[in-house]
Design a protein around this ligand. Structure first.
Ligand code: 8GT
Ligand code: MG
Length: 322
């Protein structure tokens, strides 16, 4: 049988996250395909079973725990020699019971970006990469804060955390935008904060910046992922935009605007229900809610299927003197 005609096996897998932010991997027991490879605990859906129910059953069977809180995250498809699988990944943040391997499997808590177990199941590479994404991305606001105030706040932010910051200032002419980005590059990033360039792929290449965010118009007209970029993201508003993100193999999307915001005072916001409906298609890339977001909307975004939030005004202190 060719892979196109094979039946797809649906799988639910859990990314257990502990109080230190570490995640759990298990090694596949002897006798299974890919024995000894590391995976997220989980297993196949039974006839008529939902992914969430299968997750709870599998994590109980494999590790003896009762899942208390799990939110759908990403979906990954992969064609193995033994099966074509579609894996529904959940982030599991609360459970009852002590974790014990019930099938003789080894279990290991791992830190994002510092994996010390191998090999990993081939389908899981992109999942580990997406796990490295923060749940908040800040968007610059030179337009309202002024240049000096913005740069001062940004250096304070980076002195404290590895924040990812999209430098988006559509009001600036190209040369002033380039100058701004160069000023941002001079700020120390002791924890490894990230600069994301808005729209200007050539500028990113010139300044050796490896992350680019595409406007929805750019997204619609591109036929392939911009080359040489480590992270490529895009702004999306509709299903067709998200399908294009999938087609081009981009790393994450902003979807909105979810709530009304000062940036789009006249446009009707999507609202959380429409946001959730668009997230529910089983995307393999993470989605950030944008529009009227702040630190306290993160859990709402995640409950509606988002990975995180993209924050503009609330990422900065409006009242700080320039
Ligand atoms: N559980 C799990 N399965 C994964 C992951 N990644 C991945 O490609 N898979 C694939 O998804 C399928 C799930 O299988 P499984 O062996 O866990 O299923 P199961 O627990 O129901 O086992 P069983 O059929 O022996 O009862 C396998 O083909 C496995 O290779 C992952 O991170 N976790
Ligand atoms: Mg299993």
């Amino acid at each position: 049988m060719t892979s196109q005609t094979r039946k797809v096996t649906h799988v639910a897998a859990g990314i257990l996250i502990n109080a230190d932010g570490q995640f759990l991997l298990g090694s596949r027991p002897a006798g299974k395909p890919y024995a000894g490879y590391w995976e997220f605990p989980g297993g196949k859906l039974e006839q008529g079973e939902s992914a969430q129910d299968a997750l709870c059953r599998e994590l109980n069977e494999e590790m003896g725990i009762q899942v208390k809180q799990a939110t759908p995250w990403l979906t990954q498809r992969f064609n193995y020699p033994h099966a074509d699988v579609e894996i529904h990944f959940f982030k599991v943040t609360a459970w009852d019971g002590d974790i014990h391997g019930q099938e003789g499997q080894a279990l290991s808590w791992q830190t994002v970006g510092r994996l010390n177990t191998s090999p990993i199941l081939p389908a899981n590479g992109p999942i580990l990469r997406s796990l490295a994404l923060p749940t908040q991305i800040s968007i610059s606001n030179v337009a309202e804060l002024g240049l000096d105030n913005f740069l001062k706040q940004l250096s304070e932010k980076w002195a404290n955390e590895a924040a990812w910051v999209l430098i988006r200032e559509p009001q600036l002419p190209a040369n002033e935008y380039a100058h701004l980005v160069q000023s941002v590059q001079k700020i120390a990033r002791p924890h490894g904060g990230k600069i994301i360039i808005h729209r200007d792929i050539e500028l990113a290449r010139q300044l050796l910046i490896d992350s680019i965010h595409l406007t929805s118009n750019q997204l619609a007209t591109l036929s392939e992922r911009p080359s040489g970029m480590d992270w490529v993201s895009a702004s999306t508003h509709h299903l067709a935009d998200l399908q294009q993100v999938d087609r081009l193999g981009l790393d994450f999307a902003f979807l909105g605007h979810v709530n009304s915001s000062q940036s789009h005072p006249t446009e009707t916001p999507l609202g959380w229900n429409a946001f959730a409906a668009l997230c529910q298609h089983g995307w393999r890339f993470p989605i950030f809610a944008i529009g009227g977001q702040n630190q306290t909307t993160l859990s709402t975004a995640q409950q509606h299927g988002g990975h995180g939030v993209a924050i503009l005004r609330a990422a900065w202190q409006a009242g700080l003197a320039a």
